[in-house]
Design a protein. Structure first.
Length: 563
């Protein structure tokens, strides 16, 4: 596909979405569809099947949610759900449900997430009251089908979200079983970050003549991706403003543009940065031309140093003195990334592009690297110590400049009398301290916790790798507890089966699970101590690869071995 991010001719209204949805989107501050939305929404509205290759961060949830909401009868209360979304984890089930709820609020759509780890009785009651959209993990969906509390006869659309993750977690058979419970003439939509042969197999068996959309595949034309120093920081959402502050302090841009996804995000970040002592100006599509001209004037004259903007608002702006482009979120498509960073590094000037990614957006970052054929190294967020070192360095450079260039005679009258009383070195130290203190922007003195930058899949690979080394007898990682599962290699158990069972039945996601070791007759899995009891309770009630298994803390194993 070749989404043309720069011309932006398609709006949500052009896509023919109903007014309730358009209102919801503008209320959320979405200014225009992302490329995947632009490509996927029209065929989905025509009830075509679709395979979309898209990672988190592309806007894929709205791409499948909006078309099904478009068809929702405002009052049509069918007996069973009309839409079934299957997702790999509880975390995603909640997120996707929230998205449906937010977009479909004015339509009175009833959405229910169902996942393991939540009391099943409560879910049975909610299903009994009637729902339009069910967002489920496969294990729990099957459970309800078995109890006849989830009837799929009236399902019109099935969405398999993050299909590769679901297969990796051992849900392949469950998914097929569920699909067989749905009407044959349903619409089937599959989204996946990667399209390995197993996904193609599933597609061939269950999708009819699907439209195919691939994001992050389009290679940048030679010379298109500018030579700009690029880096990324992986930080949790809550720490993004502080992390951005740190990075800006270290980078000290002359002028920077910070891209956000929505109007609301632009407004909030602008306020936050001004509170932190930066001179930031907001620019988004909701502003009058006059206002925009004023903002640009302040940036050009140097009164403001940061422009916080959406893609739409920044389109067509040419800002000469721009040194830095910051992606406050990973852009929704790789050519949007290329387009944004193309604003710096022109005409031989130095340019820097910085991207803040949440841990779950790591894959999107990888997709951009593949498409641009350029590496985006992930750096550590500067620590307080780094920041101090950098500010000292800037102070030293400023003093050196002053020593070389300024006429300092004027100040002799201050230094000479002090030098009679103190050592000249001490006088210099005091002067440097004052210069240093007057230089820095406000720094928050709290450390920003480092986030492990790995996807669920890498987490599991890591588990398998450590599993090969013998971890028995060693203490589990800090904050983790090792659980014993009475199933092992001889029962065909693989790490992904354990991860699938745990993530499907408890509130943990794949990335919360630590080292896994699989022996012939049993397995050991590290889980966060705080969740150990929940996992034991949940897994005792369910099966792993169709078998009931003993599940308990590992301490017992150790006793048994020594006894
Ligand atoms: P997803 O890839 O579905 O996980 O979405 C990533 C993020 O982008 C979510 O926080 C959405 O709220 C946001 N988002 C989705 N579509 C748009 C849009 N058209 N404009 C701005 N933000 C969006």
């Amino acid at each position: 596909m070749s989404p043309n991010v720069s011309d932006g001719v398609t709006s949500f209204a052009d896509l023919g979405l109903r007014p309730e949805l358009l209102n919801a989107l503008s209320g959320l501050g979405y200014e225009e569809p992302t490329p995947i939305q632009r490509e996927a929404i029209p065929p989905l509205l025509q009830e075509r099947d679709l395979v979309g290759q898209a990672a988190t961060g592309t806007g894929k949830t709205a791409a499948f949610a909006l078309p099904v909401l478009q068809r929702m009868p405002g009052d049509g209360r069918g007996a069973g759900p009309a839409v079934l979304v299957l997702v790999p984890t509880r975390e995603l089930a909640v997120q996707v449900s929230q998205a449906f709820h937010t977009y479909g609020r004015a339509l009175g759509v009833r959405v229910l997430p169902i996942y393991g780890g939540q009391p099943i009785g409560w879910q049975v009651k909610a299903l009994g009251r009637g729902v339009d959209v069910v967002v489920a993990t496969p294990g729990r969906a099957l459970d309800h089908i078995g109890r006849q509390t989830l009837r799929l006869r009236d399902v019109e659309t099935v969405v398999l979200d993050e299909a590769d993750e679901m297969l990796d977690m051992g849900f392949a058979d469950d998914i097929e079983e569920i699909l067989q419970e749905t009407p044959e003439d349903r619409q089937t939509v599959l989204f996946s970050a990667t399209l390995p042969p197993r996904i193609e197999g599933l597609t061939g068996r269950y999708l009819r003549d699907p439209i195919r959309i691939q994001m992050g595949r389009e290679a940048a034309a030679p010379g298109e991706a500018p030579l700009v120093r690029q880096s990324a920081y992986v930080v949790a959402r809550a720490h993004k403003p502080a992390a951005l502050g740190r990075v800006l302090d270290v980078e000290a841009p002359t002028a920077a543009i910070v891209f956000c996804r929505t109007r609301d995000e632009v407004d909030q970040l602008t306020e936050n940065l001004n509170g932190r002592g930066y001179r930031a100006e907001a620019l988004h599509g909701g502003m009058s031309q006059e206002h925009r001209d004023r903002v640009m004037g302040r940036l050009r004259s140097g009164t403001a140093e940061l422009l916080i903007a959406t893609d739409v608002a920044a389109r067509g702006l040419d800002i000469e003195q721009l040194t830095h482009v910051v992606n406050y979120d990973v852009p929704s498509a790789s050519d949007s990334y290329v387009h944004r960073i193309g604003r710096v590094g022109r005409a031989g000037r130095e340019g820097v592009a910085i991207t803040l990614a949440e841990p779950r957006e790591h894959r999107m970052l990888k997709a951009i690297e593949r498409a641009t054929k350029q590496r985006i190294p992930v750096e550590k967020v500067p620590t307080i110590a780094d920041l101090r070192a950098r500010r000292l360095e800037l102070t030293r450079a400023t003093l050196q400049e002053s020593l070389l260039g300024d006429d300092l005679e004027h100040f002799r009258a201050v230094v000479e009398p002090l030098a009679e009383e103190f050592d000249v070195m001490e006088v210099a130290l005091a002067a440097v301290k004052l210069a240093y203190e007057s230089s820095g922007a406000a720094t928050d003195e709290e450390e920003i916790p480092e986030v492990a930058q790995r996807t669920g899949r890498e987490g599991r690979d890591r588990g398998e790798a450590t599993g090969r080394r013998d971890r028995r007898g060693r203490a589990p990682a800090q904050g983790m507890t090792r659980l014993f599962f009475g199933v092992g290699r001889s029962g065909g158990i693989r790490p992904q089966d354990l991860v699938g069972a745990i993530a499907g039945e408890s509130h943990l996601s794949g990335r919360d699970i630590g080292a896994i070791e699989i022996a012939d007759r049993f397995s050991l899995v590290e889980v966060p101590e705080s969740a150990a009891d929940e996992v034991i309770r949940a897994l005792r009630r369910s099966t792993i690869k169709g078998r009931k298994a003993t599940v308990r803390r590992e301490r017992d194993t150790a006793n048994k071995r020594s006894g």
